[in-house]
Design a protein. Structure first.
Length: 114
C-alpha cells in the first residue's frame, strides 16, 4: 500500500508539471520577469549553470553563467560581467513566484516560474 501511495504522489507531481528537482531546490528552473518592456529570463540548472536571456523589442541576448544559493541569498555570475549579481530571494506559497531583492538595494523584481 505504501508503494502505491508513493507512486501516486510522484505521478501527481509529474502530471501537475512540478519538477522533482524544484522540490529539492525551488530556485532550479526557468523564471521570467517583464519590466518596462524588457523581458529577463533566468534558466537555472541543478548543476549550478544557467542562462540569462534579456529581450527588448523582440531581440534577445543570451548570456551563460553560474549561480549558487544559500538559505536567503542567490548569487549569479554572468559571462563577461565583472561583478556578481547578488539578491535576497523569497517565494510565494506554491513556489511559482520568486521575488529578488538586490543585496545592495534597488528595484525589487518578481519572476514567474515558466
Amino acid at each position: 500500500m505504501k508503494k502505491f501511495a508513493v507512486i501516486a504522489v510522484i505521478a501527481m507531481l509529474v502530471i501537475s508539471g512540478c519538477a522533482l528537482t524544484a522540490l529539492i531546490n525551488p530556485i532550479i528552473g526557468s523564471w521570467e520577469n517583464t519590466t518596462i518592456g524588457i523581458t529577463t529570463e533566468y534558466d537555472l540548472n541543478s548543476d549550478g549553470t544557467g542562462l540569462r536571456t534579456v529581450t527588448l523589442l523582440g531581440v534577445g541576448v543570451v548570456t551563460p553563467g553560474t549561480w549558487s544559493s544559500d538559505s536567503t541569498t542567490l548569487t549569479m555570475t554572468w559571462s563577461g560581467s565583472t561583478e556578481d549579481q547578488v539578491a535576497y530571494y523569497a517565494f510565494n506559497g506554491d513556489n511559482s513566484i520568486m521575488t529578488l531583492t538586490p543585496a545592495g538595494g534597488g528595484l525589487i523584481s518578481e519572476f514567474t516560474r515558466q
